[in-house]
Design a binder for this molecule. Structure first.
Ligand code: SF4
Ligand code: SF4
Length: 82
């Protein structure tokens, strides 16, 4: 399984106030995630290479194809905390 630092509770639609998960009813942190992870709608809307933390970085999965209108399944938001 690949490790994806964009899939944290911080970026999940199910995160409520005071860091409580709507699905599990427990407090979570930004280093947590689970199989019910659901990307926030606002992040989904801006999912492209320009908003990707890997754009023009050495760990970009598709450096020859990366462009403003593109994205791939290695996309991770720039504001993700690792
Ligand atoms: S525990 Fe899962 S469902 Fe809950 S906020 Fe985190 S990723 Fe989302
Ligand atoms: S090709 Fe993939 S990894 Fe590279 S910048 Fe675009 S979305 Fe990110």
């Amino acid at each position: 399984m690949s490790i994806r630092f964009g899939n944290s509770c911080l970026n999940c639609e199910n995160l409520m106030e005071v860091n409580t998960c709507k699905v599990h009813s427990v407090q979570v942190g930004n280093s947590y995630t689970c199989d019910t992870f659901e990307m926030k709608a606002a992040l989904k809307a801006e999912q492209n290479c320009i908003s990707c933390v890997r754009f023009e970085a050495s760990d970009c999965a598709n450096p020859k194809k990366a462009a403003p209108s593109m994205s791939c399944n290695h996309w991770a938001p720039k504001n993700a905390s690792a």
